[in-house]
Design a protein around this ligand. Structure first.
Ligand code: AMP
Ligand code: ZN
Length: 116
């Protein structure tokens, strides 16, 4: 998919509304439209990278940044102590439905393992 047609690129450009919890020059954090836990947000890099398979070496610092943002957000959301899960689905069998790399942050309930 071209980035012009990408749902998350449109959300980043604010062409499609979202409930944004955090934004900086590299990422946004939005509430998932179909939450799977009491807290379910998605951390999305502003750069259009389709999935992990497409991530280039020089783009890799964004992954560390995403985790540092997650660390901040879990404090804000009050789930740092009780625990949470960060997951990134990749490809058809991984359950990826939006072809712009992103990280789900889930918490607020006891999460099951393994996921379905
Ligand atoms: P994935 O299925 O791992 O690619 O994750 C895509 C996520 O985006 C799903 O959890 C969807 O519920 C979520 N989603 C789809 N459209 C929107 C939207 N307009 N705003 C917020 N989240 C969305
Ligand atoms: Zn995109």
């Amino acid at each position: 998919m071209e980035k012009e047609e990408c749902l998350f690129c449109k959300i980043i450009k604010k062409e499609i509304p979202s409930e944004m919890l955090y934004e900086d020059d590299k990422v946004i954090v939005i509430k998932d439209i179909s939450p799977q836990a009491p807290i379910h947000v998605i951390i999305i890099p502003k750069q259009h990278i389709a999935d992990l398979n497409c991530l280039k070496q020089d783009e890799s610092p964004i992954i560390g940044h995403i985790y540092m943002v997650a660390k901040k957000i879990v404090q804000t959301l009050g789930i740092a102590e009780n625990g949470y899960r960060i997951v990134s689905n990749c490809g058809e069998q991984g359950g990826q439905t939006v072809q712009h790399i992103h990280f789900h942050l889930l918490g607020g309930r006891m999460l099951k393992w393994p996921p379905g």
